[in-house]
Design a protein around this ligand. Structure first.
Ligand code: NAD
Ligand code: AKB
Length: 317
């Protein structure tokens, strides 16, 4: 990777991935794009252009003009927002991914595709979910993610495009708030712990989902994209996770830092149903053996860092 175009750069991942890539490859070599205007920090630290990923002509123009060798295709509508507007979710997530791949086919750029634990469904084996297994997701978001995974395989097989990707678990971070997903509770809990000392969870006690701290996710993206292609058996849709957790476990960990912290529950049936259709835990052995996936943060170290960073952030605002 030398020159990278990032779509959906203003989102939870993009606001951290773009600066991370700019530090590694040079500010001028990472073009951030989004359909929404950029923050001053994003705009001032390197090139930014407005791009709706459904606009193939504008996409190809930008990709060609920037001479990007890699597209990091982050633009998307997350699971809960997707269930509220399935047509929009399909349009952005599936049509947008097809458009990204078609543009990359025209220029020969490599493509990074962020799939999700949402690519699995209620009849997928839920514990230690294998890399290759049954995928019949029950959300429009998950259906579009499986479509993206299959399209990435297809563009590699048919056109030789260097397509790679990860199945992200819920990502926990303090820089930007998450954008309408089911796993968002695992970010909100830290903000409410610091600002209110309590949290009301929309996900029920005992509902396990995979999660990962953002620094590990950023490292995994670059590790995969820089990996020796001859070692990649799967190429795309690698299961990755750092922890399989449920709300009470996060609360317990927060109490080690804020003893008076309390958690209560007002379960949202829509997001609860989505959460129950996703795996409890993933088998990440393919990612470990094919490109050395090795996350550094567990629940304890992530919680300590999240509470410190959120405290600093809220004190500044
Ligand atoms: P986000 O919702 O925070 O950000 C998505 C960004 O895409 C936003 O800035 C939005 O403005 C932009 N966008 C939406 N429609 C667009 C369009 N038509 N054209 C261009 N930009 C558009 O999402 P995120 O958390 O940063 O996730 C990025 C990608 O990673 C998504 O594809 C998501 O499905 C995937 N992913 C995220 C997580 C997670 O926990 N954050 C987990 C698994 C997969
Ligand atoms: C969501 O909850 O929609 C995302 C994801 C796991 O894909 N965080």
């Amino acid at each position: 990777m030398k020159r990278i175009l990032v779509t959906g750069a203003n989102g939870q991942i993009g606001v951290e991935l773009v600066p991370y890539l700019r530090r590694l490859y040079g500010d001028a070599n990472v073009l951030a794009t989004d359909c929404r205007a950029a923050s001053p920090e994003m705009r001032d630290s390197g090139p930014f252009d407005l791009l709706d990923v459904r606009d193939g002509k504008a996409f190809l123009d930008l990709l060609s003009r920037f001479k990007a060798d890699t597209v990091m295709h982050l633009a998307g509508i997350l699971s809960a927002t997707g269930e509220a507007n399935p047509q929009l979710a399909w349009d952005v997530n599936a049509t947008g991914t097809f458009t990204a791949l078609e543009c990359a086919r025209s220029t020969g750029a490599a493509v990074f595709f962020p799939s999700s634990i949402a690519a699995f469904g209620p009849n997928t084996p839920p514990r230690m979910t294998p890399q290759d297994t049954l995928q019949r997701p029950a959300t429009i978001y998950g259906i579009a993610k499986v479509t993206g995974e299959l399209l990435c395989d297809y563009y590699h097989l048919k056109y030789g495009l260097d397509t790679r990707g990860l199945r992200f678990p819920g990502l926990i971070s303090y820089v930007a708030l998450p954008g309408g997903g089911t796993t968002d509770y695992a970010v909100h809990i830290y903000y409410d712990a610091v600002s209110k000392g309590s949290y009301t969870s929309y996900i029920a006690k005992g509902t396990f989902m995979d999660m990962m701290y953002m620094p590990d996710a950023l490292e995994a993206v670059v590790q995969l994209m820089e990996a020796d292609p001859s070692r990649l058996v799967h190429r795309n849709a690698f299961n990755i996770s750092a922890m399989s957790i449920e709300p009470e476990q996060i609360a317990l960990e927060i109490r080690k830092h804020i003893p008076e912290f309390s958690i209560s529950y007002e379960v949202d049936p829509v997001r609860q149903k989505i959460a129950e259709s996703w795996p409890d835990s993933l088998d990440c052995s393919a990612a470990r053996s094919e490109w050395g996936f090795s996350p550094k943060y567990d629940l304890a170290s992530m919680t300590a860092d999240m509470l410190k960073r959120v405290r600093e952030k809220l004190a500044r605002s």
